[in-house]
Design a protein around this ligand. Structure first.
Ligand SMILES: *Cc1c(COP(=O)(O)O)cnc(C)c1O
Length: 423
């Protein structure tokens, strides 16, 4: 029987990734389902940080060129290590900046309003930081922010229709920015179809991969996606504020960086100290200043894990975990007014489950008091991310039992139905 604990234990025994849990600092006293907000620390990431501190201790200034990971090349090295996660070629990926600063760089480089094409297309469910960046880039160009930012509407408030997005690709759109996976509902967008539709209409298209990298496989080069950007502290387990990532399709190599700095330079020319920039011939041109080495270091460890396992196995287990979670919610929680608001089918379901409930804020507080870490999304959403690399099927089972008790015994009524400062 699927609702029995023993069934979950069997799934764990059959899980080919079960040995990965011991690579991470994961507490058995807690059920951590928030790895899509902040991934857990792995032992390899910890070691990589210690190694980097040792390199500083040992080499001082010579660390830029000496040691196991010379700092001058760390961004490129991490870019190469990330390429297979998104189906990119070597030279198309660099680890630099943050999600939002990388989006600014990409807009500064690729958004060239001309003639009739003066607008950008996004969606009304997008993460606020992306929208703020789009608006400020419009403002910098003297364009009206409301008129020139078009946002595709969602029919159900949680998901987007491919057809609706394509219909919004009108001939006044110059550039499109969409998420690969939506941060609330976890919907996976059909990046391949959208890219083709955009290119048929002579529009550039890029994706925010914050919730998709490390969670689902991508084929950005094969799909011809123009650009992409992401953070590395969610599914990639790079640690709080770890350095972000940026992809530019090789067909755009040679395009002047919109925001230039001395790290945009070709490596050989950088220390000539000329006042005329010779940009790197590849994605390296979109770096700006000195790399944040200590915030990049954890990735040297954590990305090894992804290289070893590969996205296929991670995606397979992730889908099984979320499928099992939905089945248990259907079976055990049907009387409590929850609504599963993420897409149910495998093609469209990302790495987390999105539950809606009018008391969501205080249900999350009650769960946390019981040792479960979900995350709340205003106004009524609970995200639950069982992560393939370190969560178990038995944790999914236990979490559903805890939630059932919280609802049954109305434990949540002890709390105010209001979000905290960070939620
Ligand atoms: C997490 C997230 C961000 C965060 O941006 P930072 O610049 O890394 O703080 C931006 N966009 C989306 C879609 C996210 O999920």
């Amino acid at each position: 029987m699927k609702v029995e604990r023993s069934y979950a234990q069997e799934l764990d025994q059959q899980d080919p990734l079960r040995h990965m849990r011991q690579e991470f600092y994961v507490s058995d006293d807690q059920i951590y389902f928030d790895g899509n907000s902040l991934g857990l620390l792995s032992k390899r990431a910890e070691l990589a940080v210690q190694d980097m501190l040792d390199a500083w201790k040992q080499y001082a200034i010579d660390g830029w060129s000496e040691g196991e990971h010379p700092w001058f090349y760390v961004s490129e090295r991490l870019g190469d290590m990330s390429a297979s996660l998104i189906g990119a070629k070597s030279g198309e990926v660099i680890v630099t900046g943050s999600t939002t600063t990388n989006l600014h760089q990409l807009l500064a480089t690729f958004f060239k309003p001309e003639g009739k094409k003066t607008k950008v297309l996004a969606d009304e469910l997008n993460f606020p930081s992306d929208i703020y960046a789009l608006k400020s880039q419009l403002q910098l160009r003297g364009l009206d922010r409301d008129e020139h930012l078009v946002r595709v509407k969602s029919k159900d408030g949680n998901n987007l229709d491919t057809e609706d997005i394509i219909k919004a690709m009108t001939d006044d759109i110059a550039l499109i920015v969409l998420p690969g996976v939506l941060y609330r509902s976890g919907q996976v967008l059909d990046m391949e179809t959208l890219t083709k539709a955009a290119h048929d209409r002579d529009i550039l298209i890029g994706f925010d991969l914050c919730h998709s990298i490390g969670s689902i496989p991508h084929e950005l080069s094969a799909w011809g996606v123009d650009f992409a950007f992401w953070c590395t502290y969610k599914h990639l387990n790079g640690g709080p504020g770890s350095v972000g990532g940026l992809y530019v399709n090789e067909k755009h190599f040679g395009k002047e960086p919109g925001l230039a700095g001395w790290f945009s330079s070709s490596k050989e020319k950088q220390f000539d100290m000329e006042h005329t920039l010779t940009p790197a011939p590849d994605v390296g041109a979109y770096q700006i200043g000195s790399p944040h080495i200590l915030s990049a270091a954890p990735l040297l460890g954590s990305l090894q894990i992804f290289a070893e396992i590969g996205m296929t196995k991670i995606r397979e287990k992730s889908l099984r975990l979320t499928q099992y979670l939905m089945e248990l919610i259907d079976a055990e929680l049907k009387d409590f007014g929850f609504h599963i608001a993420n897409p149910r089918n495998d093609d469209e379901r990302g790495g987390h489950i999105f539950l809606e409930h009018p008391e969501a804020a205080r249900i999350c507080k009650a769960l946390k008091a019981e040792g479960v870490v979900p995350d709340f999304r205003n106004p009524n959403g609970i995200r639950l991310a069982p992560v393939a690399l370190y969560n178990t099927f038995e944790e999914v089972w236990r979490m559903v039992q805890i939630l059932k008790t919280v609802m049954d015994q109305k434990h949540y009524e002890k709390y105010e139905n209001k979000r905290s400062v960070i939620a």
